[in-house]
Design a protein around this ligand. Structure first.
Ligand code: F6P
Length: 523
């Protein structure tokens, strides 16, 4: 089993004098003004919860967009500061964007083109030429920020997500002999039928193929990527090596299922702090004597939040005996509110909550409590631990770390996970109650099953899921990617990449029990 110290050892032994640099749009820590003072908050989202523990272990530099109102007040003249506050472990270098750049690159191209194209949630992408121009310009800006850190050194650069498709290409143009890059794609990769509508598809693909290593969560996404390359780019696909040659440049394509810091979550989940938060939540939301169903999602149309609310409605219709016995406590994290899709979704959720509560509520009880406020990590873990059932209902999701966090936090083996079959996580957590969020009856039956499972069955399932996550933890995910990255040699070295058996690479990336079945399903 990979541990934090294994990763630390790997980095200390192999990284030597090279710079290790992570680049993402979203920053791990944001500075905001609160009650006249500057407050440092941890960022939200899968990228942050996965990579912050890694960077705390590996150190190095994290380059990201500084979007906090107070961010400039705490950085030096190169936009840098050490984080986390209180126990600094690594450098955060902030890239500053103008409002126009943020609008075009982040809201526009990233979230109105690449996000809907990559998720099967039936939203139409919006292509605007000026957004694409901003996207290119901002990717180049990120490249210059990385180069300021690289200087004359050699660097391993680990790029995150769909905001930075062109970054590797810019970096390789700026310093071909000094940089080796890996890019991890945190969301699903679409089929050719979907991707081919994108007018800039070739530029995006060429940008991604400038990387030495390109990672997806699951093999299914790797195969979708190969299909797209096959039809769009003049290149040679080597199915044996699982790689693409464009000219003389080779990009290795690999599945690396992302995970969470299982041991770290367990430790915090058992703390006195979390126990106190559990009591506060129970009191604040009047949860005692109720079976509590919990949910925590960014308010995004891919997360299936209206579907979840409607499934609770259907559950109460089919099982009126559950009235006054259950409650859904749903935390919604507001994002991307500048986009009308997200504003509309917020409105839809508000009216659904009101309608369903109005329909079913009785004196002193309502079935849904919807909360929009920032929850700290201990509060999130407290929420999970009071949840008799945790629901993740994404319509499509690369992995979904809420599912893995929920299971990891239950060191008491309590609770039960209801999980959408359209998440990457469902391929590992097959002991969850798997649901199709589009099918309201089946979804509500799934919640009913989770609430009424026989105790022995429920505990057994939770224990098996916990074992899987404990083994396939975040240090394993990062350890695999970083060890693969460190095998590449810089241009002036003789052998570019020392190939290991590709089948071995898959075995290491997949949970032993599921790799065979999964391969069969994917093929
Ligand atoms: O998990 C996919 C992801 O894009 C992350 O990279 C990101 O942190 C998260 O969704 C949240 O999105 P945003 O940064 O736009 O709020």
């Amino acid at each position: 089993m990979w541990t934090k110290s294994d990763l630390q050892k790997l980095v200390q032994e192999k990284l030597g004098d090279y710079l290790f640099c992570v680049v993402s749009n979203r920053q791990p820590y944001i500075h905001v003004f609160k009650k006249g003072r500057i407050e440092c908050q941890r960022g939200v989202g899968g990228v942050i919860s996965a990579l912050d523990p890694i960077m705390q272990t590996c150190q190095g530099t994290w380059v990201a967009y500084g979007n906090g109102q107070a961010d400039r007040h705490v950085t030096d003249n190169q936009g840098k500061l050490m984080v986390p506050e209180g126990s600094p472990r690594y450098t955060l270098k902030r890239v500053w964007l103008t409002k126009e750049e943020e609008l075009g690159y982040y809201y526009g191209y990233s979230n109105e083109v690449l996000w809907p194209i990559s998720h099967t949630a039936f939203r139409r992408p919006i292509f605007r030429r000026e957004d694409w121009e901003h996207y290119k310009k901002v990717n180049e800006k990120f490249a210059r920020a990385v180069m300021e850190e690289v200087g004359n050194k050699k660097a391993f650069v680990w790029i995150q997500d769909y905001h930075l498709c062109l970054l590797a290409k810019f970096l390789k143009q700026m310093a071909p002999a000094q940089i080796i890059t890996a890019h991890f794609w945190h969301i699903p990769w679409p089929s050719y039928e979907t991707f081919r509508i994108c007018p800039q598809r070739r530029e995006l693909l060429e940008g991604l193929l400038a990387n030495d290593l390109l990672g997806f969560h699951i093999r299914y996404h790797c195969n979708n990527f190969f299909d797209v390359i096959d039809r769009e780019i003049e290149s040679k696909i080597d199915r044996e090596r699982y790689s693409v040659f464009k000219g003389t440049h080779e990009t290795l394509i690999r599945p690396y299922p992302i995970s969470v810091d299982f041991e770290g979550i367990n430790q915090i989940a058992e703390s006195e702090d979390v126990r106190r938060h559990q009591e506060t939540l129970i009191q604040e939301f009047e949860l005692s004597n109720l079976k509590v169903i919990v949910g925590l999602d960014r308010i995004d149309y891919t997360k299936g939040i209206p579907e979840k609310l409607r499934a609770v409605d259907r559950l109460l219709k089919n099982h009126p005996e559950l009235k006054e016995k259950i409650v859904l406590l749903q935390i919604g994290v507001v994002t991307r509110l500048h986009l009308h899709e997200y504003k509309d979704l917020n409105d839809e959720i508000n009216s659904l909550v009101e309608e369903i509560n109005w329909k079913h509520s009785t004196d002193g009880w309502k079935p849904i409590v919807f909360v929009r406020r920032h929850f700290s990590l201990p509060e999130v873990l407290a929420l999970y631990r009071i949840g008799d059932v945790g629901i993740v209902s994404s319509l499509h999701d690369g992995m979904n770390l809420v599912a893995k966090e929920y299971v990891s936090s239950r060191s008491d083996n309590g609770g039960m996970l209801v999980l959408s079959q359209f998440t990457g996580a469902s391929r590992e957590l097959t002991d969850a109650v798997l649901i199709n969020p589009y099918d309201r009856n089946q979804f509500s039956d799934g919640i009913y099953t989770a609430l009424t499972l026989a105790e022995e069955d429920r505990q057994g399932r939770m224990m098996r899921m916990r074992e899987i996550i404990q083994h396939n933890n975040i240090f394993r995910w990062a350890g695999k990617i970083i060890s693969d990255l460190l095998k590449f040699k810089f241009k002036d070295d003789e052998i570019k990449y020392k190939m290991s058996d590709p089948a071995e690479s898959f075995r290491l990336s997949y949970p032993a029990d599921h790799s065979k079945n999964q391969r069969a399903k994917d093929s």
